[in-house]
Design a protein around this ligand. Sequence first.
Ligand code: GRF
Length: 296
Amino acid sequence: MLSPFPLGRPARMAVMASGRGTNLEALLEAFPPKNPWGEVVLVLSDNPEAYALRRASRRGVEAVAIPWRGRKAFEGEALGLLEARGVDLVLLAGFMRLLSPAFVEPWYGRLLNIHPSLLPAYPGLRVHARVLEAGERETGSTVHFVDQGMDTGPIVLQGRVPVLPGDTPETLERRVLFLEHRLYPRAVRLVLSGLAFPPGEGLKALLGEAWPRFQEFAPGEKPLYLRAVALLSAWGLGHLVPAALLGQGGDWVRGAFLAAHLLAEDHPALRQELSELSREVRLRAEDALRRVESPL
Ligand code: GRF
């Protein structure tokens, strides 16, 4: 098993937020009640004043504040609620506390975070100011699985925006937030489809001789390969995976990689190439794209 998803039923999601909650709002809009992907059934905050809680209540979603009285107390209560509500996937969206291994371990692979930089660059706080101070020409946002580090953990999806002359931390934040509101729902759909998952034993077994090669890829490159692997194995072509990772393959492998690219970002040249592949491959790839892109 590469991923615990797809579930074969709509997912029950929880969002954890400490502040204004614009990403929460985007998630609530992307996954409204009764849509086939699943719904947000619970919003948790460590901050009773968080505007995120009001956004949830306004839409009739259960909103719970667990005022911070130390990590252990908070996490114990939060874990209990997640279990009681039958949550399948937890989404951190501007949640400002570091979670301990006791929380992260049982949820590993089903716990996501969004961070406003191209991780592994610029983890932590004051991201936009640091990006400007360093004179970067590009920045972006990353959705990643949460592990025990701060803003570490396998990447699900990244999006990029330019840094423009005259930018301030505020203009940059605005541009990155606009991106995030589209990026997070797309990343969630990839996870719920089983097309994004943390590399584990199942992957190692499937990759065989190609496993060391996979480990050499940069953190930002791995998700593309994982999507291609997931597609090939969903198509019953897991035996092609080791060769594909080593750079070989015919039409099916090309179809999987074209779709893997297009699942992250549309690209007319790649769409064109996909349309030129054999009918069988094209239909499979287009079906995968349609499912993840389908506006609700
Ligand atoms: C976002 O930029 C997110 O990447 C970071 O915190 C910010 C939260 O903003 N983790 P909002 O509360 O969703 O508006």
